[in-house]
Design a protein around this ligand. Structure first.
Ligand code: CA
Length: 235
């Protein structure tokens, strides 16, 4: 039963054996298949051998840290969209977790509530499944209809230039994740286009002007020295 390939495969990367066992038990009970790795290097091997649908990645790991594993996942074309949830201990530097652009889609702090973790995992898996198919991307009160090429905020139509549209579409595919200007350029303009990273700032400004109506929350967060994120939390 646990080999049924229609069940999402989760790679648990955790060096605390007791926690790994607890996670496996709970995840399997919820219908997931579970693979395990006890350190960062093993994680990369498991990912290459049996690509998972989602990675639950401990921040502090022997041999190779969770941050480095995450960077490698994002660097490889075949795994760059693989959903990653970083698991951090309360004692880890939370500012570093937030500020460093690790490329994780989400993170959760130990000790965590299993229900909260499952909710985040399901949300991520839903989102990942929706990226390939054209559909509607939603965040906060913003909605982008990919087939109709239409953007609305709070039901009001928003008119965007082609670059701003692609920018918003990209951010909507990875909400709350911080991207550097270079990463935004790679994703929206393409890796072979050589434009100044500052060009991103210009288009972000236009995007903000178009989507933020009067009195509305600025959903584009500027992360100093790091880049930008689509987020509803204040700067
Ligand atoms: Ca650890």
């Amino acid at each position: 039963m646990s080999d049924n390939p229609s069940r999402p495969l989760v790679l648990v990367v955790e060096d605390e054996a007791a926690l790994a066992t607890m996670l496996r038990y709970n995840l399997e009970k919820q219908g997931f298949r579970v693979d395990e790795a006890g350190d960062g290097q093993e994680a990369m091997i498991r990912i290459a051998e049996t690509p998972p649908d989602l990675v639950l990645l401990d921040w502090m790991l022997p041999v190779m840290s969770g941050i480095e594993v995450c960077r490698q996942i994002r660097r490889r074309p075949d795994t760059r969209d693989l959903p990653v949830i970083m698991v951090t201990a309360r004692t880890d530097d939370q500012d570093a977790v937030r500020g460093l652009n690790t490329g994780a889609d989400d993170y959760i702090t130990k000790p965590f509530n299993m229900e909260a973790l499952l909710a985040r995992m399901r949300a991520l898996l839903r989102r990942a499944g929706g990226v390939a198919a054209k559909g509607t991307l939603n965040f906060h009160d913003i909605s982008l209809d990919q087939s109709a090429h239409r953007v609305t905020r709070n039901s009001r139509a928003v008119h965007l230039g082609p670059t701003e549209y692609r920018l918003l579409e990209f951010f909507l595919q990875h909400p709350r994740r911080v991207f550097s200007r270079e990463e935004v350029l790679d994703a929206v303009w393409g890796p072979d286009i050589h434009v100044e990273p500052r060009t991103v700032d210009v288009h972000i400004r236009r995007l903000r002007k178009a989507i933020n109506g009067e009195g509305e929350l600025d959903v584009v967060r500027t992360v100093r020295a790091a880049g930008y994120a689509l987020d509803t939390e204040p700067v």
